[in-house]
Design a protein around this ligand. Structure first.
Ligand code: SF4
Length: 512
């Protein structure tokens, strides 16, 4: 029985039938836009089970684990670093076999056993990063009948992360390369450097290979050299992609330079990844099913991935969550643009103080958009409220903060710039949430700035996407409820401007 549950949620069967019919009509790409909590996972699993063979990709670790728990017939495959090595006290990503050596224990290697299982299984479950690396650069997995992209609005970002190249003085030193990044004022010189450094990195990789294959090294030294070699492998394959794609039509690269105490750092990014999507991602699926709560603007979405509209069909599922259970209140508290931010932050702090007082025993979630805003709020809140706040000061503290909020029996409030996606706070885990600032993509990133210049609709679309994703964190079923407050004074005008892009189930919740 392909459908994993006894009964269907509203819209599920219709979406599955519509997807089957669209594929039946010869569409290669089917996109299902269904709100959070509408049961997208069950749709994905049904379609994967019906296909002769399938890949199912998720963007978030949490979601991948949830799929693995809920649907044990999917062969869960993670990156090598998640599996123990049986030969050395390390994980499979930095194990002696990487240099081509073999040991008797390797027959039972947890990583390779899991990979064998996933290769043989009808449906393999992976995250985007592993899929892209494994299918493009490693052997074993081949094309399948169906490629399912869950949280498909993340496909573009996953490709970007896979393609971009970062070189830093510190990392070059660490792997034993003497070359340093030139001090230049012209981006062209940085691109020349990216080409000139290839033979230097290749030579260093050869030296490391020889060292690793030669005399027996102490395990800690061998591990360190392996890590260096892997870094060189990754950068060299990415530099190769940069080099050949720079001359191609429709591919434009930008470079971002930062300077710190450790020297310079360069990140090369393609402005658009549309021309990479087919060769790096789609070609491993005869048909492609994409699911997301936030497609929002199908033409912009399809363009971002280089999909021709005539090859695709978009299926929209309505929300069954009553709007009165999930109202959005624009509070018009503060102007949050760069120019007014410093001036208006105290107003944000005052508003949040008031909200903490009006929800004295409810857990909540505050989306701050930046760490700077989060720090200013913590600093400005009256001492009596600070104990309720659970926050983190960088990406590393994110999981611990979430864990603390989930475990605490107190009415804690998560204050974070990085949980607009990938977390669920159903029921009492969040009864109120705040969006401090409209989450416009950061224009200090040259890729974002150039992309906006070339395609302003893309910039608006990404902002809408973040707003709708953030909104979806706290109400997870039809009988769940939570209130959302938006403090950014531009929100009402934003909603008017983006009326055609924001979904109806979002607009109906906005309280004028
Ligand atoms: S193949 Fe052997 S050396 Fe490599 S990770 Fe597995 S057990 Fe370790």
């Amino acid at each position: 029985m392909p459908f994993p549950f006894k009964t269907y949620r509203k819209g599920q069967l219709e979406a599955i039938d519509a997807a089957r019919a669209a594929f039946g009509r010869g569409k290669r790409f089917v996109i299902i836009e269904a709100p959070t909590g509408s049961g997208k996972s069950a749709i994905a699993v049904t379609m994967a089970r019906e296909a002769g063979s399938a890949y199912l990709l998720t963007a978030q670790k949490l979601l991948q684990d949830q799929y693995g728990r809920d649907f044990p017939d999917l062969a869960l495959m993670k990156g090598r670093a998640n599996y123990r090595c049986l030969v050395a006290p390390t994980h499979a990503a930095a194990a002696p076999c990487i240099t081509g050596r073999k040991f008797p224990e390797c027959d039972d290697c947890p990583y390779f056993c899991a990979k064998d299982e996933a290769m043989a299984a009808n449906s393999a479950l992976m995250n985007y990063a592993y899929y892209l690396t494994e299918l493009n650069y490693q052997g074993g997995f081949g094309p399948r009948e169906l490629l399912v992209l869950d949280e498909a609005h993340n496909a573009e970002g996953a490709l970007m992360g896979f393609i971009e190249v970062t070189l830093s003085d510190m990392q070059l030193r660490r792997v034993g390369v003497e070359e340093t990044i030139p001090t230049a004022f012209d981006d062209g010189e940085f691109f020349d450097f990216a080409e000139d450094v290839v033979p230097v990195l290749t030579k260093r990789r050869r030296e490391l290979e020889a060292q690793l294959k030669g005399a027996k090294l102490p395990p800690d030294i061998a591990l360190e050299l392996l890590t260096h070699k892997q870094w060189l492998d990754t950068q060299l394959s990415r530099l190769e992609l940069l080099s050949y794609s720079r001359d191609e039509e429709n591919v434009e690269w930008v470079v971002e330079r930062t300077t710190g105490a450790d020297g310079q750092r360069l990140t090369f990014k393609p402005v658009r990844v549309a021309s990479f999507a087919e060769p790096l991602m789609f070609r491993f699926g005869e048909r492609v099913l994409m699911l997301s709560a936030t497609i929002l603007d199908p033409p912009t979405y399809l363009r971002s991935l280089g999909v021709e509209p005539e090859d695709a069909e978009v299926i929209a599922v309505a929300s069954e969550f009553p709007p009165e259970n999930r109202p959005i209140y624009p509070r018009n508290t503060a102007r949050m643009t760069r120019h007014y931010l410093e001036r208006d932050l105290p107003k944000v702090v005052a508003e949040i103080t008031e909200l903490l007082e009006s929800h004295p025993s409810d857990k909540g979630l505050i989306h701050t958009h930046t760490y700077k805003i989060a720090a200013a709020i913590v600093k400005g809140l009256p001492k009596r409220h600070r104990d309720r706040i659970v926050t983190h000061y960088g990406p590393d503290g994110r999981d611990a903060a979430l864990e603390q909020h989930l475990k605490s029996r107190k009415p804690t409030v998560l204050l974070t710039p990085s949980m607009t996606e990938g977390i669920d706070l159903p029921g009492d885990l969040s009864r109120w949430q705040v969006l401090c600032k409209l989450p416009y993509p950061y224009l200090g990133d040259p890729q974002v700035a150039r992309r906006r210049e070339l395609d302003p609709t893309w910039y608006d679309w990404r902002t809408c996407l973040s707003v709708v994703q953030a909104y979806g964190r706290s109400v997870r079923s039809a009988d769940d409820f939570a209130v959302t407050y938006v403090l950014d004074a531009d929100f009402s005008a934003f909603v008017k401007r983006q009326r055609g892009r924001l979904p109806g189930w979002f607009l109906e919740a906005v309280q004028e």
